[in-house]
Design a protein around this ligand. Structure first.
Ligand code: ZN
Length: 353
């Protein structure tokens, strides 16, 4: 490459070299960083990428996002300055992060300026543009990764059915109320072992008394208890996830780009595509989390800990789980006076090798 000689008509270096850190609409990471900064500090005008200079009067801008200085910060930090109407004095609690495409900079401005300086129509238009850009970015980033969504969803169907039948046997072998209580106790990831202790008290008149109080002396880690008390059939959820995933076509990065370019001028279609993809992905991912929960519950180590806990004399679990590492893919459950019931761990739910 050869450099040309400077011409007289070239701009002066001072005009030319003004940094333009955002020649394009800011990426999501920058937007997330701004949002986190405002929540953390309450000072949009001190953010790293905020340009405090005054924009040209007729500058076009896109609204990147609207924000509010958190109530909890207001007493400490007060209002923020606005580069347009109040560069030096505090002015606003509610504002917009704006991208000035001509200058390639970002400014946090007050909400009044966002409206009046550029007009209501500009605000509405930039909001629309922001929405379009978010949909485009999401589709471009997510479509190529969601290619195998159909296969993921279909693979979950037999697993979901196995979860439902195992759950119903579990609830009959123990009792629903005992399992519900255990699941609540263990919701934080561990089950407590409590010991009753006598507490001696002397009241204000010097009278001594005592009472019994339960004290947690140990906690046993457990996983996946939520699987047992799931309210809806997992098979029905899998059915819906498959239906949602069937609408998403396998797609390379290039095809995703073509599709987005094609959809972009038609805002409704673009937003529809975004919504369909988001909901299909959410349905499949939620189901995958539930399957992971069930697998974690049925892992030999977890069944062993659950068994130890129900068998601990200090614990009144309302049911007993019996497990041995000799036979890692089955366990027994009993809720007196009922008889022991042996439950095999279905092949679909055994730990992945
Ligand atoms: Zn202002």
């Amino acid at each position: 490459m050869q450099l040309r000689k400077p011409l007289k008509s070239d701009p002066l270096p001072s005009e030319r070299t003004r940094p333009s850190p955002f020649p394009n609409f800011p990426p999501q990471s920058v937007i997330d960083d701004f949002r986190a900064w405002v929540i953390e500090t309450g000072r949009p005008d001190l953010w790293l990428h905020h340009d405090p200079s005054s924009p040209p009067r007729d500058a076009e801008f896109d609204e990147v996002l609207r924000f509010v200085i958190p109530e909890s910060k207001r007493a400490d930090v007060g209002r923020a300055t606005c580069p347009i109407c109040s560069p030096l004095a505090p002015k606003y609690y509610e504002g917009s992060l704006a991208w000035f495409r001509g200058e390639g900079v970002l400014r946090a401005i007050g909400h009044e300026c966002a409206k009046s300086h550029f007009g209501e129509a500009a605000v509405a238009r930039s909001k629309f543009e922001g929405q379009r850009r978010r949909a485009e970015d999401y589709l471009l980033a997510t479509l190529p990764l969601a290619g195998n969504l159909k296969m993921r969803a279909r693979a979950l169907k037999p697993v979901a059915a196995a979860m439902d039948s195992l759950r119903s046997v579990l609830l009959r072998a123990g009792s629903k109320s005992a399992w519900t209580r255990i699941a609540k106790l263990g919701a934080g990831g561990s089950l407590p072992i409590e010991k009753l202790e006598e507490i001696h008290i002397v009241d204000g008149f010097g009278k001594a008394s005592s009472r019994m109080e339960a004290r947690t002396v140990n906690r046993v880690p457990v996983d996946g208890l939520s699987f047992i008390i799931e309210r809806f059939l997992t098979a029905a959820e899998a059915h819906n996830a498959v239906a949602a995933a069937e609408l998403i076509n396998t797609c390379t990065a290039e095809e995703a780009l073509d599709l987005v370019i094609q959809l972009s001028p038609r805002m409704d279609d673009l937003l529809d595509a975004e919504r369909l993809l988001r909901s299909a992905l959410a349905a499949v991912e939620q189901l995958e989390r539930k399957v992971a929960d069930a697998r974690a519950f049925l892992s030999p180590a977890n069944l062993q800990r659950l068994s130890d806990w129900t068998l601990d004399l200090r614990v009144d679990a309302g049911l007993v789980v019996s497990f041995s590492m000799q036979t890692p893919f089955q366990f027994k459950v009993r809720s007196p006076p009922r008889e022991w019931r042996t439950l095999p761990v279905p092949p679909e739910l055994r730990p992945a090798r």
